[in-house]
Write a protein that binds this ligand. Structure first.
Ligand code: MG
Length: 115
């Protein structure tokens, strides 16, 4: 069993134990997800771009980023579950498509115009 499937199943149990499924319509989950992305963005909002990665690798910012990333992942996994989407498979399919669209030998060190 993949970590993603285990996480999905644990979120299901957490939700069912609290009877919170009634609140987990797609719109509400998307808004919750966007809210958590906003909390993550807020951590980096005023950091100089060239220093952000170094500062986030340890200490308080590292811990806070981990918490917000976890919140984002939990809502993302729950949303995919509610929509009956296999998130792992969909992501692998998307990555394969990106590999085809952006061959490594043609895009080496070059930012794509769009992803
Ligand atoms: Mg949060």
């Amino acid at each position: 069993m993949s970590d993603l499937i285990e996480l999905r199943d644990r979120i299901r149990v957490f939700t069912e134990e609290r009877d919170w499924g009634q609140f987990h319509d797609p719109k509400s989950l998307i808004l919750a997800l966007v809210g958590e992305v906003g909390e993550l963005a807020e951590l980096f909002q005023w950091l100089p771009a060239d220093a952000a990665a170094d500062r986030a690798r340890e200490g308080h910012l590292h811990d806070r980023a981990a918490e917000e990333l976890a919140d984002v992942l939990i809502y993302l996994v729950r949303l995919a579950d509610v929509l009956d989407i296999d998130l792992g498979q969909a992501s692998l399919r998307k990555l394969r498509g990106s590999s085809t669209r952006f061959p490594a030998d043609q895009f080496q060190g070059q930012a794509p115009d769009k992803t």
